[in-house]
Design a protein around this ligand. Structure first.
Ligand SMILES: *Cc1c(COP(=O)(O)O)cnc(C)c1O
Length: 559
């Protein structure tokens, strides 16, 4: 048992007595003060709260005259539950019901021998895991999602209202947007941190401004963890988003007017792969490739023939709406034959790659770009991985080539995300995303809906709602939205509808899997999707599904 203990001057004597009494029974970290001179209680409460919050201590003990200032300070910290106890009964009950982990004592209202009995009871009592106590503790912890930004309630209630509405939406609805996920609290903490305050043009150790040591440490962690996680030689973690990551690679390697061979937007590609309305389509000569009309999958032989004919500078693969595995080895062979760079945009599947549920493009590609917020589940941002020989060109393309100061708070959150992916449980997560997707896809398919390419190998599937029910993707998405199920309209290969209406919807399972849902929940959700789409004008069905969906998600808390 590890106990961190501290006091202010008012509690100094009681602390000394407690330390002497329990040092034989527990591992005691006395965090001061060393004398009874006047001092400020937060200076001593904070180290104890940090020890408990970080897991360095099992329990904390804080003594001042009343226990009040100490408990207020300690309770500012996440995962700290500090309570003032004046009786043994209180100590026992707060351990059982609240899982309290910091005991605050008031030297003015508690006798020394009683304080020792209270402390002994506190550390000896087990937490009660009866369902009602677990539920209440869970609600207590969940209050944190609002309290994280509760200063805004007073300082900017309008913005707070938007955050609260998003929180409520996440709590009550089923998010199946394939490009989204649910970030961890740790990621959000880093993203909202004071690292936001620093200008850091340049790279770690080579900055234009002074005072960059703290952000250097964060960015170095992000770079090295990215390389370790993906087995890459070099990482640039500064791109503000996935589109910027792609821009960085183009700027580092080719000239305006050069040819890029890429998957067309309406076939599942991305805007930044050469859409005429995007910078990529305006600056470069884009030659699009398509999936096969019959199978709706990539035809690697056709792609190779096209590459040999077109002779692009870059062959770009990776997609925003392609439900199948991509054969990177085969594409490498094509690039070698065509004498072009191989670039893979793994924005959608990066989490599957990190967790081993999709083959990694890193060993094959010259450049791999990604977002960090899709299946990877980190902060909204981008990243480029490349071979060492391209490192310099890439880094100077990002800065000073196209960006100014990097977002070091977001970069720190990327580092947090990469570390999370090194935990073994993430392998299971990535597999579960794919399994969940297969089950939901089959459920919808079995209800008579045509699935693009006949199925899925990854985290998303596309439903051809036009062919199946004669409705547009736009109307289908709106009906599902009314039923508490969030998807997006999406073009399908060779779509005959406009991009504003579309013939399809795109459905992804990263977010629901993050919440802990498994196959049985996927069957339920797939069934609801079919129920709603079978009769999109039926508001009663939508209301019923919305109610049932809210009941379901209540059991799967957002982190
Ligand atoms: C989402 C996505 C991007 C870009 O993401 P932004 O961060 O929105 O710029 C790039 N490529 C692919 C394939 C994507 O799906």
């Amino acid at each position: 048992m590890r106990i961190a203990i501290a006091s202010d001057h008012g509690g100094f004597e009681m602390k000394a007595a407690l330390v002497a009494a329990i040092s034989g029974e527990c591992e005691v970290q006395d965090l001061g003060p060393a004398s009874g001179e006047s001092c400020d209680y937060p200076d001593y409460a904070i180290p104890v709260a940090k020890a408990v919050a970080s897991g360095a201590a099992d329990f904390g003990v804080l003594v001042c005259r009343s226990g009040i200032g100490m408990s207020m300070t300690a309770n500012r910290f996440q995962n700290v539950r500090a309570t003032i106890c004046t009786t043994v009964e209180q100590a026992t009950v707060t351990r059982q019901h609240n899982d309290a982990n910091v005991l605050c004592l008031g030297a003015d209202n508690t006798a020394a021998d009683k304080a020792l009995a209270i402390l002994r009871a506190f550390i000896a009592t087990e937490t009660d895991n009866n369902a009602r106590h677990v539920r209440r503790r869970w609600k207590l912890e969940r209050a944190q999602r609002l309290s994280d930004c509760s200063g805004l309630m007073r300082d900017d209630p309008e913005v707070f209202a938007a955050i609260e509405a998003q929180t409520r939406q996440e709590d009550a609805e089923i998010n199946l947007i394939a490009s989204e996920n649910t970030s961890s609290r740790a990621c959000r903490e880093a993203a909202g941190s004071v690292l936001m305050n620093k200008y850091a043009e340049g790279y770690p150790g080579k900055r234009w401004y002074s005072g960059c040591l703290p952000v250097d440490a964060a960015e170095e962690l992000a770079r090295s963890r990215a390389c370790q996680l993906f087995g890459a030689e070099h990482a640039n973690v500064q791109p503000h988003c996935g589109s910027a990551a792609n821009m960085a690679v183009y700027f580092a390697t080719i000239k305006p007017g050069d040819t890029i061979l890429s998957l067309a937007l309406d076939q599942g590609g991305h805007l930044s792969h050469g859409s005429p309305v995007n910078f990529s389509g305006k600056i470069y000569n884009i030659v699009p490739y398509t999936v096969d009309r019959e199978t709706e999958m990539l035809d690697y032989d056709a792609l190779e023939r096209q590459a040999l004919e077109v002779k692009p500078k870059i062959l770009l693969t990776g997609a925003s709406a392609y439900p199948r595995k991509i054969d990177f080895k085969r594409i490498r062979e094509t690039c070698d034959k065509a004498g072009c760079l191989m670039m893979v945009d793994m924005a959608h599947i990066a989490g599957l790659v990190a967790g081993g549920a999709h083959e990694s493009p890193v060993p094959y590609a010259d450049f791999v770009t990604t977002t960090t917020h899709k299946t990877l589940g980190g902060p909204r941002g981008g990243m480029v991985l490349c071979k060492e020989k391209y490192a310099k060109a890439l880094d100077s393309a990002v800065f000073p080539g196209m960006q100014g100061g990097p977002l070091e708070n977001i970069i720190a959150a990327k580092a947090v995300c990469f570390r999370e992916w090194m935990q073994p449980a993430k392998k299971d997560y990535a597999q579960q995303v794919v399994k969940n997707c297969a089950v939901m896809c089959r459920t919808v398919q079995d209800r008579g809906y045509r699935i693009v390419s006949g199925g899925t190998d990854n985290h998303l599937f596309l439903v051809d709602v036009k062919k199946s029910k004669g409705i547009t993707g736009k109307d289908a998405a709106a009906a599902l939205d009314a039923a508490g199920i969030i998807v997006n309209k999406n073009t399908i290969p060779f779509d005959t509808e406009s991009p504003f209406k579309t013939s399809g919807i795109r459905v992804g399972t990263a977010s629901v899997t993050t919440r802990g849902m498994k196959e049985p929940e996927m069957v339920k959700i797939g069934t609801w999707i079919a129920d709603v789409l079978d009769d999109i004008a039926n508001v009663e069905v939508q209301a019923r599904v919305k109610r049932e969906a809210a009941e379901l998600v209540a059991g799967f808390p957002v982190p």
